[in-house]
Design a protein around this ligand. Sequence first.
Ligand code: UD1
Length: 338
Amino acid sequence: MKVLVTGGLGFIGSHTVVALLESNYDVVVVDNLYNSKIVVKDRIKEITNKEFKTVICDVQDETKMEEIFKEEKIDAIIHFAGYKAVGESVSKPLEYYDNNLNSTITLLKLMKKYNVNNFVFSSSATVYGEPTRVPMFESDPVVEATSPYGETKVMIERILKDIAKVNKDFNVALLRYFNPIGAHKSGLLGEDPNGIPNNLLPYIAKVATGQLKEVNVFGNDYDTVDGTGVRDYIHVVDLAKGHVLALKKLESKPGLVIYNLGTGKGTSVLEMIAAYEKACGHKIPYVIKPRRPGDIASSYANCDKAKNELGFVCDYSVIDACRDGYHFQVEENKRNQK
Ligand code: UD1
């Protein structure tokens, strides 16, 4: 089975390509290197000892994308490519709607033309907006998102649902990720955002390696275990495995399916800092700051559906994820210094 992976050199994409190759899928990667590095291609080959084709191109470039559909007999697509910075999406809404919606529509038009009927979409827990309850279930309402980034996920889910309604041959998995963290145990793949990270774990990693002074903890007066925000942090290697399981599910021609991919367990910011301290073996300084606008108190998944229908269970704990994330950051810093 040949799988086209858009954004296959990015954080979640690269780990998923490893999981696919290890499960003996043929893989074609498309990536425009907007938020990824070409060297990731060689690192995936080093880890898996397997070959795969990589095309450097923008998914919105319909002519180039059509060449791939003509040359390769694609059976399924996993679509990661997209802009994902929440804060940036608020200041650049047009760029976000343009890129995320048009790239998906380009793919869907080509899928129709070339009769490709299996699609896995990289969605997010952000589609639940301000949750009415935790844990969140797939049947919970999808609401107006709190950012243009989130809104693109809501809109693309809607487009895919509408297509699945009329095209009975179309099989699509909407995978709603909670908070992906960690890195490949080799230290070769991980997340190293440019500039000051927005997300908690990349920020802690830079404090742990001395690149930033202290972690800013955004609020300690939420109604949670210790007053700090609670999230469902999932190791990226577990998340990658979820994609392989979703692809297998599509082989049974289920039409549209929706799965939360998380651990089902919430961890607070302070608990996360403590886990990281255990993983890296030294203290992580932090200061309490005001709440970050737009943040919610708690978000974690109910994962029974993925467990029952896909056999999805997580192999790794948050401490494993901190250990692997730290290892990657240390190795990446060494490589960057060379
Ligand atoms: C954010 C996005 C979400 C996206 C996800 C990707 C928002 C509102 N949501 O989720 O749509 O899918 O990233 O992983 O941005 N925190 C600190 N200090 C920091 C950074 C974060 O205390 O320097 C806290 C936050 O207040 C929150 C928790 O850590 O309680 C997690 O934050 P973050 O990693 O940014 O993820 P989310 O906000 O859950």
